[in-house]
Design a protein around this ligand. Structure first.
Ligand SMILES: C[S@@+](CC[C@H](N)C(=O)[O-])C[C@H]1O[C@@H](n2cnc3c(N)ncnc32)[C@H](O)[C@@H]1O
Length: 437
């Protein structure tokens, strides 16, 4: 008979196989799997195992390696994941070790691989016995404890030098739940007491005017006024976009890569543009902008189009403000999406940088003289950030940087970078350009 806890582990195994073997996104495969678990404790355990194993995968593999005589065959990768889940539970959870072991070993029977029961049991018991020695050995080797693919660490060291290990460690931490209070309904000072009255703890999110960081994640439906649009979930670093863009009343605004609409909505909460056009190239994501704005009772001109081909959608009137939140590696938000460490490859960066350069060059002519364009990524890699902007500025004599007068992040040759975990924020890059002639 399968127990409820075991169902949670089986679900986690299915999700981890989908991510690691079929290269599916964790978000896409976890949500439906959690829906199938009736008990909230099962959902919590399954989520913790999936996120935890993906956060620590290279480290867990390094710990397991000395205990295995040979690597698993392709068809038995599920057994490796079972072992990784077992080691994760022993190291990082408060599940009593005997229960973690018994329930994890039981998975071999559920998978109809009873021949592997003794193997999984033996390896996990060996790990338990040798835990201190193995963790010390792996720690001595250095990089494995940082739990990132080798190319990723090399790149972090290249771009950030001595800060690379701190960035990697921050990537492996759990991110907080941060909300943005809708300025049209409340200030955070008037909203906070409503949260505390329900027993939720929150503090003002550093550097933001409307952010609140909760001490524990909660279901959005429990947040006062969520359905009425009083609050939205958004990391503090992402909230800085609308703050920086500073839109004068009556301006014409373009949000060129807008889905799912978090920053579009924030612009509409703060400012009163004459028109805001929100574009995204992916139809199913455009639907998300519609949903975001509907909940908040805002309207905008929403368009499914390729922003790098203005001839297809632009009416010829320039914009006073442009937000260009380009598609990127998402290397700044690994703490929220640990699967990206394995889904992204070093070779993807070149194509992403080309796409960003194409968007920037195509959108620039749409900016009015004296207008401002805010370039944003949630990446920490130089070629998507300041190298991209340096290159652009060299090629566009009518563009100059408007330095950001702020007290967060790191100054770069162009723009500013918040590194993941700094002030408990996600990693974001911001550069503001002004059109001079
Ligand atoms: C970083 S996300 C934007 C997040 C959004 N600004 C927010 O705050 O909710 C980048 C978006 O760019 C879109 N995108 C990628 N290439 C595009 C293109 N050529 N034209 C328009 N949108 C594009 C993607 O579909 C994706 O939704």
């Amino acid at each position: 008979m399968t127990t409820t806890i075991q169902n949670a582990r089986l679900s986690s195994l299915t999700v981890l196989l989908a991510v690691l073997q079929q290269h599916q996104s964790l978000n896409d495969c976890l949500a439906p799997t959690l829906d199938d678990l009736a008990d909230s404790r099962d959902r919590a355990l399954s989520q913790a195992l999936c996120y935890g194993v993906l956060r620590q995968l290279p480290y867990l593999r390094a710990l397991l390696k000395p205990l295995l005589r040979k690597p698993f065959k392709e068809r038995d990768q599920d057994l490796e994941i079972i072992l990784l889940m077992g080691v994760y539970q022993l190291l990082y959870t408060r599940i009593p070790p005997h229960a973690a072991l018994a329930e994890t070993v039981q998975l071999t029977r559920v998978l109809n691989k009873p021949w592997a029961t003794a193997l999984v049991n033996g390896v996990l018991r060996n790990f338990q016995r040798q835990q201190d020695k193995l963790t010390a050995q792996v720690a001595e080797k250095g990089d494995a404890v940082l739990a990132h693919p080798a190319w990723w660490l090399k790149k972090l060291r290249n771009d950030w030098g001595k800060l690379a290990p701190t960035i990697a460690q921050a990537n492996n931490e759990q991110a907080p739940m941060t909300i943005r209070v809708n300025a049209r309904h409340h200030s955070r000072e008037t909203y906070l007491p409503q949260l505390t009255a329900l027993g939720f703890e929150a503090i003002p999110t550093p550097h933001t005017t409307h952010g609140l960081t909760l001490s524990t994640a909660v279901d959005v439906q429990q947040l006062p006024g969520f359905d009425a649009g009083w609050v939205s979930v958004q990391d503090g670093a992402a909230q800085l976009a609308a703050q920086i863009l500073d839109v004068p009343e009556g301006s014409r605004v373009l949000d060129a890569c807008a889905a799912p609409g978090g920053k579009t909505a924030h612009l509409l909460e703060r400012y009163q543009p004459s028109e805001l056009i929100a574009i995204d190239s992916q139809a199913e994501r455009v639907e998300k902008i519609v949903g975001t704005l509907q909940r908040l009772h805002f309207s905008a001109t929403i368009c499914c189009a390729d922003a790098s081909r203005p001839a297809d959608w632009w009416d010829g009137q320039t914009f006073d403000r442009i937000l260009l939140d380009v598609p990127c590696s998402a290397s700044g938000v690994i703490r929220r999406h640990p699967d990206i460490k394995y889904l992204r490859q070093a070779t993807d960066l070149k194509a992403l940088a080309q796409q960003q350069a194409a968007l920037l060059s195509a959108i620039w002519p749409l900016l009015a003289k004296g207008g401002r364009l805010l370039y944003v990524t949630c990446s920490v890699f130089a070629e998507e950030n300041h190298l991209q902007l340096q290159n652009f500025l060299q090629q566009h004599s009518d563009a100059s940087e408007a330095k950001l007068n702020v007290n967060w992040g790191h100054t770069l040759p162009v723009g500013r970078q918040i590194l993941p975990g700094e002030d408990n924020l996600d990693g974001f890059y911001y550069a503001c350009l002004v059109k001079t002639v």
